[in-house]
Design a protein around this ligand. Sequence first.
Ligand code: HEM
Length: 430
Amino acid sequence: MFYNNINKQIINMSYGNVGYMFVGDKSIEFYRDPITFVNKQMQEHDTRIFQSRLLNKPTIFLGTIQGVQDLVGECSHNFEMGYKVFMHGLYGDNVVFSEGEEAKRLRDVLHCIFQPDNVQQFNNKLQDLIVKHFSHMDTGTEISAYERFKHFATELSFSIFLDVVPDHSDEVNELLSQLITTHWHGIISVPLSLRMPYWGSKSGYNKAVEAKGKLIEIIRDRLEKANKGDFLHRITEAGFQNQTEVENHLLLFISALVPKAFASILTSFTLALSGQDKSSQRHQACVDSKYLDHVLLEVQRLWPPFFGGRRLTRKSCVLDGIQVQQGTAVIYMTHAAHRDPKVFPDPEEFKPERWEENGDELEKLLCCYGGGKRKCIGIQLIKKIIKEVCTFMLSNYDWTVSSDQDLEYKWLPVSRPKGQLMARFVEKLA
Ligand code: HEM
């Protein structure tokens, strides 16, 4: 990889303060506005890697491509995944909380299910839902782009992972949507309750636990009724060790996190190519599939759905020249690494053309789907879904977004413009 030739020395410098337990904790500042928090720290210490105290734990924040590459690549054996404390209670055992051989076994099973040939089998479901949600959007009124994409992606995940037939199952979709929303509210309530363990109401979390129970019941019921050829039948035969493993992974796939991430990317795409002044870019993306790939890479570089990922340090090691002590947490900041000027010159500029030369190598450095041995399993599926939706939109519509709205982004828990992003879609003339 062309970026690996960097001279790795341990830099002896001040790069932030982890403060004292509780009083030195910066969780509130971070969760309130992560970008302002991070930019301030990076500026103050004149470095893209700094330390602070988050969720009451000394935490290293990585904002360089090299740092993230070290973390997910050659140093990955020194780390474990850092999500169990937030999410295990609401998901149960699954690959995300597993380590070592166990993680490898589960990943192997999942890789079989989501390999490119199998992803092709989702195509009919995808096309049906694209037509259902995105035909006839030219009604003369503005719609919330984010809500429209989220509704689509939610039904798509029920259709793909639970074999719910969209047109016959409005009630099932409605019930599942309510349950995953309640479940989600529990997940996002956890981080700050960890910071102040005896602070605040537990009712959101308890409702989420209840919703999890109901979701598992529905999943179990659908597994029992699955027919040969259904996704639910295939996943049962895929090689999981028992039914609980199957159920817990289905819960992971249908949870609100995934539709929100799809809606995030599709909304950012809509915004990036909106308006009269982007009509030639839209045209090129419509007729030139490679150019559309470059637009989508640039969208994911600038507006990754997830701010980053978390690890816990099992064994001290060095990341991009910085010593990381055993016991500290590490956050790789996708948002900041994707703006590392050493790799992406003019980092804030939306430039699809930056992917023309060396694009495949450069893509390996993006971390919006993680990287290395713990990289996202769904990438083939995600790429297909995003590209099909964007191609449909480009082929059928021109669009604008109203200029008098707040287009500033919020980044947690999943990125998107702060407002609704009201957009008007106008059908193209044949
Ligand atoms: C746009 C949608 C998605 C985004 C942005 C996304 C992003 C990510 C990221 C960043 C990670 C790595 C986390 C880390 O390094 O700590 C990850 C892991 C994972 N993703 Fe996705 N993902 C998406 C959709 C999906 C879908 C549809 C599936 C299911 C097919 C999926 C399955 C997984 C699994 C199983 C892991 C855990 C891998 C492991 O722990 O070894 N993802 N995803």
